[in-house]
Write a new protein. Sequence first.
Length: 221
Amino acid sequence: MVGVIMLKGVKIMQRSEKISHAVIRRLPRYYRYLGELLDSGITKISSKELSRRMNVTASQIRQDFNHFGCFGQQGYGYNVENLYEEVKKILGLAKNYNIIIIGAGNIGQALVNYGNFKKRGFNITAMFDINPEIIGQKIEGVKVYDANKLVGFLAENEVDIGVIAIDGGKALETADILVAGGVSGIWNFSPTEVPSTDKVAVENVHLTDSIMVLSYKINGL
């Protein structure tokens, strides 16, 4: 069942149905494209034009947005700024998140060096590692702590998201520490799959999966 409430003049759907993973995966793309439209000075856009730019059918775009509210007007299309702000809220980007990274190797350092995280409100506050040569150093202003101090850091600091950027052998143990420490989400870059729990959301990122999909596409040409 779907109920409707009014919020600042916009119809917002109160949902009892579960949003599909495919729809959720498209939301960041919508957010990115809408941001680019704003930067270009475009104030309104139709689902047909957005479809052409994103290579997603207009029908799919309308269906996706209808899961969350009635954001467009027939004959007018979408107000780009309003839709951008609504998608921002849906993605939870209206707030800031404190992030720690466990593993200060190549992946961990690459994440710290990626400036767009901070622009989106994802603030990396600390890193943890077992390598004595890097413990105590700062990477892009973020201090690397001894991994043995992770439990204490979680007890004394507010951490929303824990990033696991270590080998798979310690991934599950590290995830248990993060869950016990009260994080809301885990972003896992290790080869080991980390399961979600009732209280903690998990996003498993397998870097080789994407390039294997590319390999399939190349060989399917």
